[in-house]
Design a protein around this ligand. Structure first.
Ligand SMILES: [Fe+2]
Length: 276
């Protein structure tokens, strides 16, 4: 009998060392890791210099969601005075009823310019009108192949690669070609699928950083369209990709060597010296 990697993982976690499972479920899953990362921007995009972006993803709020953890992240973002909050999708696993309590917490976000979200594959598979309605009510603008312009940059969002119909041309149709774009796209691997354009930074989630990691080996299991860029910052030519490990858990209520992450990304043109 063939045993899938996912079933093997479940068996290993539930059937062997109880202490490891208890640690992953009772401790690490509830520890918020705040990662402050500088994202380099090219000189021609120096208008982005200093822009501070808060990034959260993969709440899977109906799947052992932790409201206290999310509330803590919202509080950190508000104290940090971020310019923009981006939410990279998978608000739920399959039950949209959980959107109400999640959006209750997200409504406390107070970024200077706005909060924006994209759909994840799970949101797409189980989509109903409550997802955009409750996000909008919480002050989060959902971008599905759409964009919003500010003076120095634009924020764009694409539909889920796995569950939807992403359309980059449509998303960027009203954005001038010289204006740098912050792009939300749930799955990270499509970072390789588009040619050079004005995207300065793609933010993604989806991978959960593996959720369960082995020492030295790293992520034990990665999802489709999340295998090439598991977590962290990647650079290709003058484009960056940041993949967050996300906030929640899927399938098993545990994380191991892979704590939930709130990312605070600061755009930096390193040719501009900071005031001393
Ligand atoms: Fe996902």
């Amino acid at each position: 009998m063939k045993v899938s990697r996912r079933n093997w993982l479940r068996t290993a976690l539930y059937g062997t060392p109880l202490s490891g499972f208890s640690y992953g479920g009772l401790v690490e899953k509830n520890v918020l890791s705040v990662n402050r990362v500088d994202i380099p921007v090219a000189v021609e995009r120096s208008g982005l210099h200093g822009l501070k972006v808060g990034l959260m993803s993969d709440f899977h709020h109906d799947d052992f969601g932790n409201e206290t953890l999310i509330r803590r992240a919202v509080s950190v973002l508000n104290k940090e005075n971020v310019d923009v909050v981006l939410l990279a999708g998978d608000y739920i696993s399959d039950q949209t009823a959980a959107m109400e309590s999640l959006c209750g917490v997200l409504s406390e976000l107070r970024p200077k310019l706005g909060s924006f979200g994209v759909l994840g594959n799970h949101d797409g598979w189980h989509f109903d009108e409550s997802i955009p309605r409750l996000l909008e009510h919480a002050g989060v603008r959902l971008l599905i192949n759409d964009s919003v312009e500010f003076d120095e940059f634009a924020v764009a969002g694409l539909d889920s690669y796995w569950a939807g119909h992403p359309d980059m041309v449509r998303a960027l149709r009203s954005v001038p070609s010289e204006k740098p774009v912050l792009l939300g796209w749930h799955e990270p691997d499509p970072f390789d699928y588009y040619a050079e354009n004005n995207v300065a930074l793609q933010v993604s989630g989806h991978t959960h950083g593996g959720q369960i990691c082995a020492p030295v080996y790293g992520p034990v299991l990665l999802p489709r369209y999340g295998k090439n860029y598991p977590f962290g910052h990647y650079q290709k030519h003058n484009r960056s990709l940041y993949v967050t490990r996300g906030m929640g858990t899927l399938d098993i209520p545990a994380r191991f060597l892979c704590a939930p992450e709130l990312a605070i990304l600061t755009m930096r043109d390193f040719s501009i010296s900071s005031p001393s």
